[in-house]
Design a protein around this ligand. Structure first.
Ligand SMILES: Nc1nc2c(ncn2[C@@H]2O[C@H](COP(=O)(O)OP(=O)(O)OP(=O)(O)O)[C@@H](O)[C@H]2O)c(=O)[nH]1
Ligand SMILES: [Mg+2]
Length: 453
């Protein structure tokens, strides 16, 4: 895909009918490709009214033409935009005409990829454009906007500078071995390392909030049949999404619904009750349920408060769940038992329990709070930065190198190893902004974008 020489074209607006559609052309030949269709270029960044010609030279629409010469354009190349009426037919005809003049259809994310390769924005900013478009809430959009403006990248750069300056300081000292240097007693280095760790923590916190706002978490409702899993799904979504009956084994297909807890997206997944299956369809349902359980961020093990031997049931089912996934027990149907609704934590090693009634809704609010708290979501916090798991992963790896470097220097008195760890930390941070990238990483990032972005 690295044929920067090609001029690319795509509709920048969503497919379908609308008032206006925008076709974007980018590349060295943008102006000459558009000229036969819409005439000579207007003055830069000025709209000019034109008749657009289709593939056979017949007029297909009246619209506006805009010209953004590189390198000051979105992609850094010459960009031309045709604003036509939002008719899928008109858009197709104009695309066909532009392709016939020698443009190539853009791949997903190719405009943004060119913007990145031409230094118009870094990788985290390019991702923030996609996040702004995909934002599921006003808060997620604000977080994306902050990252788009470069707030996230700036903070990553500041970390990189800190890492470099500590490394340079230590390396400079190593160049004068005759002067015995006491790193441990050196207040500026100890303070520098402490500040760095603090900066990592605060940036990770802001990025983690952003990643939660963007991706949310997936919560699987699992448990024996007839305990009220589907009823709880319906209660959470406020709709009759799932079929509920008094018969055990009602749910077979996996049902997914997206809800929001104070702006954080939750993907709630209802599954078949776990038991010895009665028929083939149920067996398949249970197999799918187990697959969802393996992939969950959080499992809600739903139980029937009025059922016999609940304790035993819980301990049997727990064996099926992956140990790494957090588990909360839902004690449902308390309208039948009169138990106190809300959060109960028995012993430390035991999973927390939320008592509720999916039937009348008592205790469901406690469950919402619990979910937000469990993942550390702070609805009131300001300053979330749109971020992805990729960023959190790079931050965590960089942080580990910093911790290790600190240990090497202060515990083992090994400045050269500390310098090396700092170099590695810097490389991890560079992955976020795209200073250190591989073709593979770029492919993964931009292929998730849509065409025309
Ligand atoms: N009293 C009472 N009944 C409930 C409650 N929640 C669910 N039920 C009833 O329990 C029965 C089973 O509910 P479902 O939601 O279908 O249970 P499920 O766990 O999805 O069952 P399967 O899909 O068969 O695994 C239905 O008759 C519900 O009306 C509750 O909180 N209180
Ligand atoms: Mg069900």
């Amino acid at each position: 895909m690295n044929d920067g020489g090609h001029t690319i074209v795509a509709a920048a607006t969503a497919p379908g009918k609308g008032g206006v559609a925008v076709i974007r052309v980018s590349g060295d030949r943008a102006a000459s490709i558009v000229r036969p269709i819409a005439g000579p270029m207007p003055s830069p960044r000025r709209m000019s009214r034109r008749t657009f010609l289709g593939p056979n030279g017949n007029p297909v629409d009246e619209g506006l033409l805009a010209y953004f010469p590189g390198p000051g354009s979105f992609t850094g190349e010459d960009v031309v935009e045709l604003h036509c009426h939002g008719s899928p037919i008109v858009v197709d005809l104009l695309l066909e005409a532009l392709l016939a003049e020698g443009a190539r259809l853009a791949e997903p994310g190719e405009f943004s990829r060119r913007a990145f390769l031409n230094d118009r924005m870094d990788l985290a900013q390019a991702e923030a454009v996609a996040d702004l478009i995909d934002a599921g809430s006003a808060r997620a959009a604000r977080a994306a906007m902050r990252s788009l403006k470069g707030e996230f990248s700036d903070r990553v750069h500041r970390l990189v500078e800190e890492v470099i300056s500590l490394r340079v300081y230590v390396e400079a000292a190593m160049d004068f071995p005759e002067e015995e240097i006491d790193f441990i007693g050196d207040a500026s280095i100890v303070e520098g390392l402490d500040n760095l760790v603090f900066a990592f923590e605060s940036l990770t916190e802001a990025a983690a909030q952003g990643a939660l706002l963007r991706d949310g978490i997936s919560v699987v409702l699992a448990g024996p049949p007839n305990v009220g899993k589907s009823s709880l799904l319906n209660r959470l979504t406020g709709q009759e999404t799932a079929i509920v009956t008094h018969l055990p084994g009602t749910t077979r297909d996996v049902l997914r619904e997206r809800i929001s807890v104070d702006g954080m997206p939750l993907h709630v997944i209802d599954t078949a009750g776990l038991r010895q299956p009665g028929d083939e369809a149920e067996a398949e349902g249970i197999r799918r349920a187990r697959k969802e359980i393996q992939a969950a961020d959080l499992i809600l093990l739903v139980t029937d408060a009025a059922g016999p031997d609940v304790e035993n049931e819980i301990s049997e089912l727990k064996k099926l769940f992956p140990r790494t996934v957090p588990l909360t027990v839902i004690c449902n149907k308390i309208d039948l038992t009169g138990q106190r609704p809300g959060f109960h934590q028995s012993a430390d090693a035991e999973p927390p329990v939320i008592c509720l009634s999916a039937l009348d809704g008592t205790g469901v609010e406690d469950l919402r709070h619990h979910l937000a708290e469990l993942v550390g979501y702070q609805p009131e916090a300001h300053g979330a930065l749109s971020a992805r798991r990729r960023h959190l992963d790079a931050l965590a790896r960089a942080r580990r190198h910093v911790d290790e470097g600190k240990r090497q220097l202060l515990e083992f008195g090994a400045p050269e190893l500390m310098a090396e760890e700092m170099r590695l930390a810097g490389a991890c941070l560079g992955e976020i902004t795209g200073e250190f990238t591989t073709e593979d990483l770029l492919g993964r990032v931009f292929s998730t974008f849509c065409i025309g972005k």
